[in-house]
Design a protein around this ligand. Structure first.
Ligand code: FNR
Length: 193
């Protein structure tokens, strides 16, 4: 069967660069033979985490529906902005809510991280910050990450990456991740066989 990927933007802003990069990543998933489903962080609205809210009502619907989308995916491609040299609070807050669900949905989930920013570093520091909670939760975060610098000048009018070597680099990054996911699903280690 084709592998299933959830490709999600950590920004729901209409003109979001991360949203545009999500579309490029989804196309790369398709080109390498995968099935994808796209989402925006804003599809999963959740209040700021509060233990009393959880005690009263359990996890909010936004977190439960993200968990359902994650459960059916062999891999997650998470394309997130960088805020103040770190991960946006909205993204971390959703991760925190989802981490309260049992079985814990990030455990052993394959994740590829990407970012886009108008800056020269492309939001790469935010991805290093995002790795920490995901790896803590047992996600298999792909070592190679893709950060798109100068995102305001990076896209063609039809939404592709204008720089051809950079577009190839993105496609290779996605393909490498997908090959790993495919191998893990088809040849599970003894524990999962
Ligand atoms: C930013 N931005 C930003 N960019 C960056 O490269 N490093 C950073 O530390 C920050 N910090 C930051 C903090 C806050 C609160 C905001 C709102 C923005 C700029 C950010 O990359 C830019 O707004 C992007 O366009 C956001 O991503 P989307 O919405 O275009 O996907």
């Amino acid at each position: 069967r084709p592998m299933q990927y959830l490709v999600m933007s950590g920004s729901g802003r209409a003109e979001s660069f991360n949203r545009r990069l999500t579309d490029v990543a989804a196309r790369a998933v398709h080109d390498h033979g995968g099935d994808f489903d796209t989402a925006l962080i804003t599809d999963f609205p959740v209040p700021v985490y509060d233990g009393d809210l959880e005690a009263d009502g359990g996890v909010p619907d936004g977190a439960a529906s993200f968990k359902e989308r994650l459960d059916v995916a062999d891999g997650l491609v998470l394309v997130s902005p960088e805020y103040n040299a770190s991960v946006p609070g909205s993204v971390k807050n959703l991760v925190d809510w989802v981490s309260r669900i049992r079985p814990q949905p990030f455990h052993e989930k394959h994740v590829l991280l990407m970012s886009a920013s108008p800056s020269m570093a492309g939001g790469n520091r935010g991805l290093w910050a995002l790795r920490v909670p995901l790896e803590h939760l047992g996600a298999r975060v792909y070592p190679d990450m893709f950060s798109l610098a100068q995102a305001h000048a990076a896209f063609t009018p039809d939404g592709a990456l204008a720089d051809v070597p950079l577009a190839r680099r993105l496609a290779d990054n996605v393909a490498g991740f997908m090959d790993l996911v495919e191998a893990a699903v088809h040849y599970p280690c003894a524990k999962h066989a």
